[in-house]
Design a binder for this molecule. Structure first.
Ligand SMILES: [Ca+2]
Length: 258
């Protein structure tokens, strides 16, 4: 437990340098994947073990917003204002996409989750998001950030990202992550971020969640689609050169009417 821990410890100072950067914007199957409503619309939040209202803050910050040590931030899970006491503060945040992003601060040890159920089309290709974190101790099962794909019963199907004890950097700047999710095409999955924090402070910032899709082939809107299932043939990334101009070699008679 580390409630109201001392500011500016030597350990904390070593990991203060957390810059921001990043880019992008595009189509999105997430609802409010970039938090541009200025809140957690579309997302599910949780904080537990223990279930105490003043231990964790799922907050929202704006671009160029400075958060000072001890400043009150609104916790969208417990619907209360709580002071932020991370050794990283004061800090000025820079959003990689739009004007808002999600942040997590803690006052004491707890597990925190942010997740959304997303139905993937047959064109779903990659899950991408921007994440910045700073842990003020090494990692372990009791101090980690992980990104999981779960089923709708909350079982973990795949862990896409997890910090590793003795291997992962304690802190990273804002980085864009992208993971192949083609195995889940046509399914509804739960995209879940888990922040387990029981050793010492662990700042987290998240933004710009989106599902990148395979491109629609040139001429698809003019072409013959008889026999296709979904909005693009499963597993297909591109169609052969010339397909949009009527050259359908190798595609069978249904695409080459006599
Ligand atoms: Ca945003």
């Amino acid at each position: 437990m580390f409630k109201y821990a001392i500011k500016n410890t030597a350990l904390a100072a070593a990991f203060l340098a957390v810059s921001a950067g990043g880019l992008q914007a595009a189509t999105n199957e997430f609802l409010n994947g970039s938090f541009e409503t200025g809140d957690y619309t579309g997302w599910q939040l949780d904080e537990y073990s223990p279930n105490v209202s003043d231990f964790g803050t799922w907050g929202i910050v704006q671009n160029n917003q400075q958060v000072n040590y001890g400043e009150q931030l609104f916790d969208y899970f417990d619907q209360v204002f709580l002071p932020a006491f991370s050794p990283s503060l004061p800090k000025t945040f820079s959003t990689p996409d739009g004007n808002y992003m999600a942040v997590q601060f803690q006052l004491s040890g707890q597990t925190h989750r942010l997740y959304q159920d997303v139905t993937l089309s047959q064109r779903a290709k990659k899950l991408s998001f921007d994440m910045e974190y700073a842990s003020f101790s090494d990692f372990g099962d009791d101090q980690k950030v992980a990104v999981h794909i779960r089923d709708l019963n909350d079982n973990i199907l795949e862990t896409l990202f997890v910090t590793v004890e003795g291997a992962s950097p304690y802190a990273t700047p804002m980085i864009n992550y992208a993971f192949d999710i083609t195995a889940y095409r046509g399914q509804t999955i739960r995209v879940d971020i888990e922040l387990v924090c029981y050793r010492f402070f662990f700042d987290l910032a998240l933004d710009n969640f989106k599902i990148e899709k395979s491109a629609v082939p040139p001429g698809w809107d003019k072409g013959l689609k008889n026999g296709w299932v979904g909005d693009i043939p499963p597993g297909l990334e591109t169609l052969p050169e010339g397909f949009s101009f009527g050259k359908k070699e190798g595609w069978g008679d249904e695409y080459n009417p006599q």
